[in-house]
Design a protein around this ligand. Structure first.
Ligand SMILES: Nc1ncnc2c1ncn2[C@@H]1O[C@H](COP(=O)(O)OP(=O)(O)OP(=O)(O)O)[C@@H](O)[C@H]1O
Ligand SMILES: [Mg+2]
Length: 585
């Protein structure tokens, strides 16, 4: 069915001049001019039957009021005013073509301009029902299809804004905005729609516990074990997550144990590599895992004993070997060279904040434990033993910030590796929602080894994840501080209010060239309002995001109201106690 069924007399105006993707429309009267609004869509007649050109209004001028109309064109302004002093003019950027029928497909939208409009071609408004049907074509969704509804269009509140749920995750997305602009609510809105799908599969890296209130059968909560969890026997089934040290790859181990500034760093790294392989071999030998013995590497997730590693390092550090002359002794090759590393390792091993790495319950040091962990984290709802919780929200709030990038990227690595090693026909797509991404996928590593490891892993996921069914959703209030390689791989942008100029300029660069002007609205977006551009929504549009049912804890506190009360809660003693125990229970 044709979407655009306009009568000639409904035209708002007609084409006056054309310059590739930019068109000037002449509007006859003021009433019609008033129906035009910046950033609103219009449709233009094309020279080919059954085709329509779609444009976005960029600038509106009533020339009798505005005397100095000039149409800027890459450094070469054309003065139209001098030629036509009495015209109402509208500048439109063309963004694509709607074709009634291509083969058997009806209403196909292409982002290319198949033709350019002719002079005097008529221009019509796209609004109301027509806008709704048109937007459905854009999101390439049918009534039953892959529709992900964000909310409503700001300029036409009757039209529901859909995204194509396949495309949104296929080629990564970013959700950016200043603090309090509504990123977490938008994320919650996306998550709760995904959560009802019977085989949904997503991990949410939740850094401040914001998503804790989200409920529903499709959602499960995990928490990286904090100091208060150690030794109480709670594990995966209670939602307490241990990530034992043996899951760390070689580079992560080195970044944790070896101080690069130590002059013995190369020796230490070499010793770690050698000894860890030895310990892993010993473990596999004891478990009679012969097949694995032949094939494992230092990066293979195989348990090993930290105690034994520690003893061995101590032995090497104090080793005496026979000297050149019989009966004499000299220091071994690594004598005293490992002292600092050993001290570092000992510190970490006994640090209760790192208990989730080094003080996991014994059962977590078995080969089969990784199967269980992987199923919990990487399997979709229908593969979970209780058929619940394909959306896994992992709370990292108790992980110390210096090793946060290592631990978050460990989860990233686990996800990516498992997907990579799953047979193509059995691979089930998974989305990784990275909240506060600037904290662990920073622009530059600044010499920090943990950052380096994390950047590498997320860059890899950004570049190769699509092939293995791993979709990233990067969420950040500081896009200018998020790694640019990762950002540049994201093909969907949900930009909320952004006040900082640097952040705005990073987001502008992610907009297609012809839509540069769209970036101007970034600082004036309302809370909960977003600019949505990308693969999933072929048309750039401004959307008022609908409130999620279960709202994240975004902790917006009403200062004045609270201060105005005559009494308030006293939580000081508990806070001091919790701070000491490092445990908020
Ligand atoms: N779609 C929305 N509709 C109405 N109000 C909203 C919407 N989104 C957010 N808000 C309001 O804005 C507040 C902050 O939202 P949110 O927690 O999502 O911000 P944020 O961008 O995640 O901030 P931060 O970067 O600090 O985490 C919410 O508590 C809510 O009051
Ligand atoms: Mg937030």
């Amino acid at each position: 069915m044709t979407i655009f069924t306009y009568k000639d007399e409904e035209a708002l105006g007609a084409v006056l001049s054309v310059d590739t993707a930019m068109v000037i429309i002449k509007v006859a009267d003021l009433d019609r001019l008033r129906r035009m609004q910046v950033n609103r869509l219009v449709v233009l007649q094309s020279s080919k039957a059954g085709q329509y050109l779609i444009g976005v209004v960029q600038k509106i001028t009533r020339s009798s009021v505005e005397q100095e109309l000039s149409v800027e064109q890459e450094g070469d302004p054309i003065e139209i005013e001098s030629i036509m002093p009495q015209l109402n003019l509208v500048r439109v950027t063309l963004i694509g073509t709607l074709i009634d029928k291509v083969g058997t497909k009806e209403n196909v939208f292409r982002r290319t301009l198949e033709t350019v409009p002719e002079i005097d071609a008529k221009c019509f408004a796209v609004e109301g029902d027509i806008l709704t049907s048109f937007m459905r074509v854009i999101a390439n969704v049918t009534d039953e299809g892959q529709k992900l509804s964000l909310g409503h269009y700001t300029l036409d509140e009757d039209a529901e804004a859909y995204l194509n749920g396949n495309k949104f995750f296929q080629r990564h997305a970013i959700i950016v905005g200043s603090t309090g602009s509504g990123k977490s609510w938008t994320t919650a809105r996306v998550l709760e729609q995904a959560a009802v799908l019977p085989s949904v599969n997503a991990l949410v890296l939740n850094l401040h516990g914001e998503y804790a209130p989200m409920k529903g059968d499709g959602i499960k909560h995990y928490r990286v074990a904090g100091p208060g969890d150690l030794g109480n026997g709670k594990g995966l089934k209670d939602g307490v997550l241990y990530l034992p040290y043996w899951l760390l790859g070689y580079e992560a181990l080195i970044s944790m144990f070896v101080d690069r500034s130590d002059q013995n760093a190369p020796n230490q790294a070499m010793i770690i590599a050698r000894e860890v392989v030895k310990m892993k071999r010993k473990f596999l030998g004891e478990k009679k895992a012969d097949e694995l013995l032949e094939n494992f590497t230092i990066d293979s997730p195989v348990p090993f004993s930290m105690d034994e590693l520690f003893q061995e390092l101590n032995r090497l550090n104090t080793e005496m070997i026979p000297g050149a002359k019989a009966g004499t002794e000299k220091q071994g090759d690594f004598h005293s060279k490992l002292s600092r590393m050993i001290a570092r390792l000992e510190n970490k091993r006994t640090d209760r904040r790192l208990g989730f790495l080094f003080q996991a319950p014994v059962e977590a040091n078995e080969l089969s434990w990784l199967d269980e962990l992987s199923r919990k984290l990487i399997a979709g709802t229908s593969l979970q033993s209780d058929k619940k919780g394909g959306v896994k929200i992992i709370d990292f709030s108790e992980v110390p910030s210096d090793i946060l990038p290592l631990i978050v990227s460990l989860v990233g690595q686990l996800t990516f590796s498992l997907q990579q090693w799953t047979l193509l026909e059995k691979r089930h797509p998974i989305a990784l929602f990275c909240d506060e991404a600037h904290l662990y996928i920073p622009l530059r590593s600044e010499g920090d080894a943990a950052n380096e490891v994390s950047i590498k892993i997320f860059e890899k996921i950004a570049k190769e994840g699509r092939k293995y069914g791993v979709g990233l959703v990067i969420i950040s209030q500081r896009p200018s501080e998020v790694n640019h390689t990762v950002l540049s791989q994201c093909n969907n942008l949900v930009a909320m209010r952004l006040t900082n100029a640097e952040d705005q300029s990073v987001v502008r660069k992610l907009l297609p060239d012809s839509l540069g002007g769209f970036g101007d609205v970034l600082p004036i977006l309302d809370t909960g309002e977003a600019l949505v551009v990308g693969d999933a929504s072929l048309l750039p549009s401004r959307v008022r995001i609908k409130e999620p049912n279960s709202k994240p804890n975004s902790g917006t506190v009403d200062f004045w109201d609270k201060w105005s009360k005559s009494s308030c809660e006293d939580g000081i003693v508990e806070a001091v106690d919790a701070w000491r125990k490092q445990n908020l229970q």
